[in-house]
Write a protein that binds this ligand. Structure first.
Ligand code: GUN
Length: 288
C-alpha cells in the first residue's frame, strides 16, 4: 500500500488564487493590503523565509514593507518601531520573524504588536482566545499560520477530524500547542508528545492523525505509524543531503494513508495562511 501524497503546493496555489481575486476586489474599493515584515539581524534561514513571504505578497497584490533592525537593537527601540507600525494606516499586518536575537524577550516584544494586526496570531490575547475556544466557531480572528495550514492540509484529504485520535509531537508555541488546540476545537481526541515522552512509538501508533513538529530529522519511523493514518510532517531539517522532515518519508509512505512531503507539504501553506490573515486584516480594517 502506498500513501497518497498531500500536495501542499497545489492546495496553497488554489487558496492563493482566491486571495488574489479578493485583493483585486479590495483594490476597486481603494484598499491595498499592507504587511510589515520585521526581521531583526541577519540570520540566513530567517532571511530566506522573509524573502519568500515578501515575494508571495507581491504575487497576489499585497504590499510588503521590510523593516530590518540590526541584531543588537535595544528592546525599547524595537518596541517603538512596532508601535509606529501599529499606528500606520497603510499597514494591516505585522510579522515579527522568529527567532529573535537572545537579548530580546520574545513574549514581551510580541505583546507590542496590535492584536488587530497580529497576522501571525502570536499576541497573548489571540493565543489566549485560541486556548479559550471550545469549538471551531469560537476561534480568534488570527490563529498561527503553520497550525492553520496543517488543518487545511488534513481537510484537503477529506478525512473527518471529529472523533479521531490525533497525536501531536512537539510542544512549541509556533506549531505544537496551537495545532493541538485547533484539533481539539474540531473535536478530535488529542494527545501531545514531546522530548520526554516515554515510548513515543506506542503513542504515535494510536494516531489516526499524526502531526509531527519536533525538529528531529526522521524521528518518526514506519513502525511508529498506524496503517492508513494521515501524517503531517512540519519538520524542516537542513542536512548535508538536503532538506528532510521529522518523518522518515520512505518508510512512512509504505504505511500511512496520506503523507505530506518535505519540501512541498506544510511550507507553502504557512505562507498562504499569512497572506489570508493579511487580506482579512485589511478587509476588516476598512469595515468591509
Ligand atoms: N519562525 C518559524 N515559524 C514562524 C512563523 O510562522 N512566523 C514567524 N513570524 N516566525 C517564524
Amino acid at each position: 500500500m502506498g500513501a497518497k501524497i498531500i500536495d501542499g503546493k497545489q492546495v496553497a496555489a488554489s487558496i492563493r488564487q482566491r486571495l488574489k481575486e479578493e485583493v483585486a476586489e479590495l483594490a476597486k474599493k481603494g484598499v491595498t493590503p499592507g504587511l510589515a515584515t520585521v526581521l531583526v539581524g541577519e540570520d540566513p534561514a530567517s532571511q530566506v523565509y522573509v524573502r519568500m513571504k515578501e515575494k508571495a505578497c507581491g504575487e497576489i497584490g499585497i504590499i510588503s514593507k521590510g523593516i530590518r533592525p540590526p541584531a543588537d537593537i535595544p528592546q525599547e527601540e524595537l518596541i517603538a518601531q512596532l508601535e509606529e507600525l501599529n499606528r500606520d494606516p497603510a499597514i494591516h499586518g505585522i510579522l515579527v520573524q522568529l527567532p529573535l536575537p537572545k537579548h530580546l524577550n520574545t513574549a514581551e516584544v510580541l505583546k507590542h504588536v496590535s492584536p488587530e494586526k497580529d497576522v501571525d496570531g502570536f499576541h497573548p490575547l489571540n493565543l489566549g482566545k485560541l486556548l479559550s475556544a471550545k469549538y471551531w466557531d469560537e476561534l480568534p480572528k488570527f490563529v498561527p499560520c503553520t497550525p492553520a495550514g496543517v488543518i487545511k492540509l488534513i481537510d484537503s484529504t477529506g478525512v473527518e477530524i471529529e472523533g479521531k485520535q490525533a497525536v501531536v509531537v512537539g510542544r512549541s508555541i509556533i506549531v505544537g500547542k496551537p495545532v493541538a488546540m485547533l484539533l481539539l476545537a474540531r473535536q478530535a481526541t488529542v494527545t501531545m508528545c514531546h522530548s520526554r515522552t516515554k515510548d513515543l512509538g506506542a503513542v504515535t501508533r494510536e494516531a489516526d492523525i499524526l502531526v509531527v513538529a519536533a525538529g528531529v530529522p526522521r524521528l518518526i519511523k514506519g513502525e511508529m505509524i498506524k496503517p492508513g493514518a494521515v501524517v503531517i510532517d512540519v519538520g524542516v531539517n537542513r542536512l548535508e543531503e538536503g532538506l528532510v522532515g521529522d518523518v522518515d518519508f520512505d518508510q512512512a509512505k509504505e504505511v500511512a494513508g496520506y503523507l505530506t512531503p518535505v519540501p512541498g507539504g506544510v511550507g507553502p501553506m504557512t505562507i498562504t495562511m499569512l497572506l489570508a490573515n493579511t487580506v482579512r486584516a485589511a478587509r476588516e480594517a476598512a469595515g468591509l
